[in-house]
Design a protein around this ligand. Structure first.
Ligand code: ATP
Length: 253
């Protein structure tokens, strides 16, 4: 569903991604992990066409999509979006329907239903009329996810989708993404700082370090004490649950 080869991205005169290659199968969940400044957000921004790059990016088997085609293929939720304070939650969520609304046209009843359903799924139905400037950080993060879901694209690119969420809402969002992947075949690509969460939910982990892909494989293959030590400078112990997925615990150095 996503195929990247020989991707280079230069930011501020510096090559921050170098020769990145990546294959993300349809219906899978891939988590991009790595230390601060490694290039994770840059990778997502390049995939969604927000950054100039060299190399090849194919989405749903196609290269060089127009803006509208890309918006129907990939929904992207950035890590720190700038939100218009005066817009209501419902109107912001409806922006996810823009790729389907004709030029100079208005949204249809079906678009409103899709937006309202996305709000319901993210526990935001009671906030529909509230202005974004009057929402908490976690509520705003859920509204951004609601807009991405309302876009009904087959690929979701989510940059740290749960950082501002309390534990219950983190679990709700992660389970929702997993359900969408399993039942509707959505392809999910997220960056995740929480390695424990990445280990629990993703099929594949891509470890980005210093602008390169340092490791790629199942959570058990990538989350070894050695790799975590080498790339994050953290001392961890790793055990494995009955499902074979790794469980990490920080150890005092
Ligand atoms: N607008 C920018 N202009 C120049 N350099 C940038 C810009 N944004 C990011 N960078 C640099 O690009 C590199 C990769 O940044 P990026 O945001 O992709 O890292 P990240 O892995 O997502 O980090 P974090 O875990 O801290 O979110 C960093 O060295 C960063 O300083």
């Amino acid at each position: 569903m996503i195929a990247v080869s020989e991707l280079d991205v230069v930011r501020g005169g510096r090559t921050v991604l170098r020769q990145v290659g990546l294959q993300v199968p349809e219906g899978s969940w891939t988590a991009v992990i790595g230390p601060n400044g490694a290039g994770k957000s840059t990778l997502l921004q390049a995939l969604v066409g927000l950054l100039p790059h060299t190399g090849r990016i194919r989405l749903a088997g196609r290269e060089g999509l127009t803006g509208r085609e890309r918006a129907r293929t990939v929904a992207y939720a950035p890590q720190n979006p700038l939100l218009p304070e005066d817009l209501t939650v419902l109107d912001y969520t409806l922006l996810g329907r823009s790729p389907y609304i004709p030029y100079l046209g208005r949204e249809r009843a079906a678009d409103r239903e899709i937006a309202e359903r996305a709000l319901l799924r993210l526990d935001l139905a009671d906030f529909a009329g509230r202005r974004l400037g009057r929402m908490s950080g976690g509520e705003r993060q859920r509204v951004v996810l609601a807009r991405a879901l309302a876009q009904q694209a087959p690929v979701l690119l989510l940059d740290e989708p749960t950082t501002a969420l309390d534990l219950g809402h983190q679990q709700q969002v992660l389970e929702l993404l997993d359900e969408l992947r399993r039942t509707e075949g959505l392809t999910v690509l997220t960056t995740l700082h929480d390695l424990g969460t990445a280990a629990q939910y993703a099929d594949t982990l891509v470890l980005v370090s210093g602008g390169r892909i340092a490791a790629c494989g199942t959570p058990a293959e990538v989350l070894t004490a050695d790799l975590v030590g080498d790339h994050f400078g953290a001392k961890v112990s790793v055990t494995h649950g009955a499902d074979g997925r790794p469980r990490l615990a920080l150890e005092r150095p």
